[in-house]
Design a protein around this ligand. Sequence first.
Ligand SMILES: [Zn+2]
Length: 331
Amino acid sequence: MQTSEIVIADDVAGEWRIPVLSFTGSDPNASKVYIQAALHAGELPGVAALHAFIPALRAAEGEGRLLGDVVIVPKCNPIGASQWLHGELQGRFEIASRANFNRDYPLIALEDRETLLDRIEASSAADQLKRRLLHLALGADLVLDLHCDDESQLYAYLEASFWPEAMDLAESFGLEAVLLSDGGSTAFEEAVTHAWKAGALGARGAWHDGRISLTMEFRGLRDVRPDLAASDAEGLMAFLQRRGVVSGEPVRRETFTGPVAGLDYVQMIDAPKAGTVLFERTFGDEVKAGDRLATIISTPASRRTTSPSTPPSTEPSSPASPPASSAAATI
Ligand SMILES: [Zn+2]
């Protein structure tokens, strides 16, 4: 393992230094891997997973079992990690510009990779970060961006072209769901996919063969535990074994029975009233149209009335109907 640094000039003074770990495989034809964690700087389950995974990868490298090159940036956003405001970490958006650290990546073709570094010193610190990370990722075939949700099960988010080949990913990690996108955003993992599709590689029908770029959602913000980190590290190793990056039988293989759904099937529910939400379901529960999910207390201690359940709806983004005048609403 070799350690290097990404150096980013700060917008005001000084610089940011980001450790990059590089592992060298023995087979130049094996897939190359790029993994980063905590792009949204407060999302730490992926950092914990890499903390458990890196010693296993070092052992594989030392014992000659590592076939493909692997580059890891275990904690890739020091700008976000520095943004403590009134006792809370603000790791999702850059405070100075309100820019989301996982949006607005340059959409370029793979052949133009080196242009990401052209006059990079003239860019803002956040843009330098994005360009440097994307430049690293575009040297790989398998790109994993490790995030987490607020509260969540374990799921991955990837472009539909990578499914069902990515079943090996689901089985390696024991995913509970897979969400498929249409590749139309400027998020990190979709900028990688865009680069593959936009150039000469994309002109081939099977541009995605042997490649994957994905966002892993390692459950919720509070799911930072040694047992989960060890389990997710096993998942990483099993996936790299399944893709021929590390030799040997996969250390883990689970049966995947979770839902695989496009983003059209993700339903955001608008609250009909503001107030204190008492959830009556939790993530992972199966619900059907018309089920009551929560009660909203809009006026505490007032006479509580219960509105009917939300009307059955098949429209993905249909908001719940507001109840008749009442102090408590249900969604
Ligand atoms: Zn995130």
